[in-house]
Design a protein around this ligand. Structure first.
Ligand code: 5GP
Length: 180
């Protein structure tokens, strides 16, 4: 097993993530009882969270993925959001749950919600594993939040820095990237 690089500091241990994902799953299952929500994962950061979340749901679901670019190879948001891979299927009439890794400035979710609304879903709600509320620029919120975290650049549990660290089981602060 490889050693944890020294610049990483554990913020949320894997066991705590698992517990919170289970309780989020219970909450969503109660709210959507009798329905079959359509989960849209925002690639690539949200896929680990989404894989755990669907198994914590006591509901039938369908899934799709969108791939967008908002951060390049560094930790600075460009403020621009671009679709790299669109949805495979229409969402008209569906109860959509957008699954995001982290809500930062909120620009990505604002863009996605506006885009998805044009496709006439029955409802659109947002599930964000992490929320850096102090960084918000766009007036958006997630309907379900795993953890509110301080303004630090985090990696692990699917989140990357320059495509690295996605495999870490914990959410860690990347110290060398924290000064922005
Ligand atoms: P927003 O549009 O809300 O500013 O940014 C959302 C996206 O920025 C997230 O989906 C994620 O891809 C990226 N992002 C924001 N903060 C962090 C962070 O601390 N770590 C990582 N790895 N990505 C982040």
């Amino acid at each position: 097993m490889s050693q944890k690089p020294p610049e990483l500091e554990r913020l949320i241990p894997g066991e705590t993530l698992a517990e919170r994902v289970r309780s989020l799953g219970g909450e969503i299952s109660r709210d959507y009882r009798g329905r079959c929500p359509h989960l849209i994962g925002v690639l690539k950061g949200a896929w680990v969270f989404m894989a755990d979340l669907i198994r914590a749901l006591d509901l039938p679901v369908t899934v799709d993925f969108l791939s967008i670019a908002s951060y390049g190879g560094d930790t600075q948001s460009s403020g621009e959001v671009k679709i790299i891979k669109d949805l495979d299927a229409p969402i008209e009439g569906r109860d959509v749950l957008v699954i995001e890794d982290i809500l930062d400035t909120g620009r990505t979710i604002q863009f996605l919600k506006e885009l998805l609304e044009t496709r006439k879903p029955r409802s659109v709600r947002v599930v964000a594993l992490l929320d850096k509320a102090s960084r918000r620029v766009a007036p958006v919120q997630a309907d379900y939040v795993g953890f509110r975290i301080p303004d630090a650049f985090v990696v692990g549990y699917g989140l990357d820095f320059d495509q690295k660290f996605r495999e870490l089981p914990d959410i860690c602060v990347l110290r060398s990237a924290a000064s922005r």
